[in-house]
Write a protein that binds this ligand. Structure first.
Ligand SMILES: Nc1ncnc2c1ncn2[C@@H]1O[C@H](COP(=O)(O)OP(=O)(O)O)[C@@H](O)[C@H]1O
Ligand SMILES: [Mg+2]
Length: 255
């Protein structure tokens, strides 16, 4: 375990609950994710997956419970403070500047997270940031369309661009909210290649509806249902679990 982090965990949730009025969107969530770990969260619509992300990022504070990020209690920290500590997310809805090029979008994301953040590169900041933006565009396999306007990209390419933007500012941990939703089979394969090719120290949680994608891009899978975690295990264990199959497939037909 890593001494620097205290607990040795990238992310730890202890008894996190989130209520919206009478609705318990999350109930007593306990979650532990190691640095560099790749985790999938599966569950039918309304299971509480996006709410889980909102609590982790600070977009919504939890109603109760505690969240630690690399050993530090961030439960009450605003979202910006968590970003400063290396946490990123993508959303189910695109948040891109469609009138700008691919490279400009990534450059702006890099500039946004570097502002006010300590950096060895400050003297030649803009050159270094442009260089980083170029590298990130390559990481998400968009180098051939780097000067194309975002409005001219395919839907799948736009999702790839969002991953590049989430990678800006050297994150330690990324939350991906259904990045494969709406992708063609070819685009899905591309996404899987990008995710599995990310640097080993970058951990992530991916919310994924498609069991097949989730099992390929993760080392561990957490199953959610009705705001609770009901099973966790390695992809092969989850795939073979009859209870998971019954509940997940049942939930998916109703969701
Ligand atoms: N801002 C909100 N206000 C009220 N209810 C919400 C809000 N966000 C989510 N919910 C409810 O919380 C539950 C979990 O939603 P969500 O986390 O979006 O599920 P998932 O991402 O797994 O589909 C749902 O019943 C949803 O309607
Ligand atoms: Mg969701």
């Amino acid at each position: 375990m890593n001494a620097e982090t205290g607990t040795g965990l990238a992310l730890e949730l202890r008894g996190v609950s989130k209520r919206f009025g009478a609705l318990a969107a999350l109930s007593d969530i306990h979650l532990q994710v190691r640095p560099g770990e790749r985790r999938a969260v599966l569950g039918s619509n309304g299971a509480g997956k996006t709410t889980l992300f909102n609590c982790i990022t600070g977009d919504f504070p939890p109603s109760s419970g505690a969240i630690r990020f690399f050993g530090e209690d961030v439960t009450t920290f605003p979202a910006q403070e968590r970003i400063r500590r290396g946490l990123r997310r993508t959303y189910q809805i695109s948040l891109l500047f469609t009138g700008l090029s691919v490279l400009d979008n990534v450059y702006l994301a890099c500039r946004g997270v570097s502002r006010g953040r300590f950096s060895f590169r400050r003297p030649r900041a803009s050159d270094a940031l442009m260089q980083t933006a170029e590298e990130l565009v390559t990481t998400v396999h968009l180098q051939e369309v780097r000067n194309t306007l975002v409005s001219d990209l395919s839907y799948g390419q736009q999702r790839q661009l969002e991953i590049a933007m989430a990678l800006s500012g050297a994150p330690r941990f990324i939350l991906f909210d259904e990045p494969a939703a709406g992708l063609s089979p070819t685009e899905r394969r591309e996404l899987i290649a990008i995710l599995t090719g990310l640097p080993g120290h970058v951990g992530y949680i991916i919310i994924e509806h498609d069991m097949d994608v989730a099992l390929r891009v993760s080392e561990r899978v957490t199953m959610m249902h009705n705001g609770r975690i009901f099973k966790e295990g390695k992809p092969a264990e989850i795939e073979d679990d009859p209870e998971v199959q019954a509940l997940y497939l049942g939930g998916a037909t109703h969701g």
